[in-house]
Ligand binder design. Sequence first.
Ligand code: NAP
Ligand code: GLV
Length: 312
Amino acid sequence: MTVGTLVFYSDFDDFGVWKEALLAHLPSLKILHSHDIGDPAEIDYALVWKPPEGFFDRMTKLRLIVNLGAGVDSLVGRGDLPPGVPITRITDPQMARMMAGYVLFAVLRHARDIPLFEQAQRSGQWVYRHPRSPEETCVVVLGLGQLGAKAAYELQRQGFNVVGWSRSPRQIEGVECLSGMETLDDVIGRAEILVVMLPITPETHRIVHRERLQKLPRGAAFINVARGALVDQTALTELLQSGHIGAATLDVFEKEPLPAGDPLWAMPNVLITPHLASVAIPSSSAAQIAKNIRRVSAGEAAENVIDPARGY
Ligand code: NAP
Ligand code: GLV
């Protein structure tokens, strides 16, 4: 007997690989690509990354929506969601490890002055800048969720002086954890390297605005691996141009792909990557998706459900 029908939608992820990974855990699951939906009323489960508006229309039997990633901003608050259907996210230690790897790379690159040496090499110059010991550098991580907490932990393991910031109080070994809006300006003011790892919600939209960016110590490095709209991108660009912010590593942007001609493309102190700091990994995530499908099909509550009111 089948546990039901799942529809897959993603412009970035490989349908064949996900199908094989899911079938290994749930051989009786019927899995369709969104192109092949016959009657939407037959769909029980959706495994999706950024489905277009109207995607869920007429999915009257839908029982579970699995976000094919961590950030659920493309799913919450949209008009086509059937009422009461739980939305879950991928919560995979390997996804967190991949993100921590990117953040470590970006922080170490700035802390070890690699952009300076890259530029010097291009002009054939032997430029010496004496390295600082990691504990002399304060790295601030905004957002201590499943990915942010892992990144903060790995950064302190490298010896950095790490300050983490979140909505509610957190405890992470070796990390000074602060919480609440009243501490945010001071926390940013300490950041020689600022790492943005917050979800985008109505509360966090443009939370890193111009005045907050101006609070960064002169020459600070800025890293955004979360969502572009958390930051005032125009202000960021101007502060990078003026040298107030020394350098940036940007994986996410207000508009993606970053439009041709955007001044960020040509800035020597900016490293741009195309929104791939971390991705959902079929081999390690399929088991939790299958487990949730089994639970829902048995009438139990799904795990890792996000709170639509909170937005993450
Ligand atoms: P998460 O588990 O949902 O945790 C979110 C963190 O942000 C929590 O610590 C939360 O505080 C904090 N937060 C939320 N709203 C806040 C507010 N108003 N003020 C202060 N803190 C607030 O998120 P995650 O899994 O770590 O992922 C973070 C984000 O990374 C995702 O939402 C996604 O946008 C982005 N992401 C990007 C990529 C990429 O490839 N670039 C890949 C994966 C994820 P509490 O601890 O108090 O709840
Ligand atoms: C990627 O951006 C994610 O939120 O998983």
